[in-house]
Design a protein around this ligand. Structure first.
Ligand code: ATP
Ligand code: MG
Length: 262
């Protein structure tokens, strides 16, 4: 799908209340903004009018229970086509991602690191990174990547799929940085990893933030994600039920109990 079918979405959904975005609209448009996005897997209506903004260089934790729609939202934002976005707008630095294919969105600076990491079998660590740099625009140099991830430098000639889980996660993030990206979408990067490895990945995410890259972090490990994030959005059955600072969620026991089970 190259163009949104606005009429189709409009039939199924009521016009949203944009008044809460009035402040943002009155000043500059947000760096990354998701406006009333609706998306379907076939007939299954999953992403049900999701709106939020992310400021440049911020880390946003996107949280919610199993099945809340976190992965579907990331896939919708990355324009994967599944789920299919039927209504809504996605803007990155004044570029209308909602009008783009996944390839165009990637070229516009959006990188999705999926849960399964997708390391390419038969290729070394370095070849996985080089492959990411075949298409322009190229991002970080291999040298800079190995500075941030010394383990990957040490294992550059090792086949990527033989790395440990933590190292594969690092490679998946590194591969995103090998392209010139503005926004990094991470789906459960800490999954299955020991706490010391999570510490390491967290440190790299902070370095990435200092370089001005914006991150949306989906995590089951909500406490770890909230400790790292600036702000948080909580989803429940495909809708936003909370939008605020990460600290507000950490401080609000009821909210954590109701929507995060922590
Ligand atoms: N390909 C698909 N086809 C149909 N329904 C799907 C598909 N993928 C996910 N769903 C449904 O969409 C809903 C949201 O799933 P999603 O994977 O986005 O949730 P999630 O918040 O990422 O959950 P988890 O924490 O378990 O990863 C679920 O009800 C799920 O069953
Ligand atoms: Mg998921």
């Amino acid at each position: 799908m190259s163009q949104l079918d606005l009429d189709k979405g409009a039939e199924k959904t009521a016009r949203p209340d944009f008044s809460k975005y009035a402040n943002h609209a009155a000043t500059a448009p947000a760096y990354f903004s998701v406006n009333d996005v609706h998306a379907y897997y076939g007939e299954s209506y999953i992403v049900q009018g999701v709106s939020f903004i992310v400021h440049e260089g911020e880390i946003l934790a996107l949280l919610g229970r199993n099945g809340a729609g976190k992965t579907s939202t990331l896939r919708a934002l990355a324009r994967t086509g599944s789920p299919e976005v039927t209504y809504g707008e996605i803007w990155l630095d004044h570029q209308p991602l909602h009008k783009m294919s996944s390839h165009q969105a990637a070229r516009a600076g959006l990188a999705l690191v999926p849960e399964d990491r997708r390391i390419i079998p038969g290729l070394t660590v370095e070849e996985n990174l080089q492959l990411a740099q075949i298409a322009k625009p190229v991002g970080w140099s291999l040298e800079r990547i190995y500075q941030l991830f010394p383990r990957l430098g040490e294992r550059r000639t090792q086949e990527g799929v033989t790395l440990s889980g933590g190292e594969q996660q690092m490679l998946a993030i590194a591969r995103a940085l090998a392209r010139d990206i503005k926004v990094l979408l991470l789906d459960e990067p800490y999954e299955g990893l020991a706490p010391v490895i999570v510490d390491e990945i967290e440190k790299t995410l902070n370095v990435i933030k200092q370089q001005g890259i914006t991150t949306i972090l989906v995590e089951q490990n909500a406490v770890r994600a909230l400790q790292l994030a600036d702000r948080a959005v909580i989803l429940d059955t495909g809708e936003v039920v909370f939008d605020g600072t990460a600290q507000e969620v950490l401080d609000n026991e009821q909210l954590r109990h109701d929507y995060l089970a922590i």
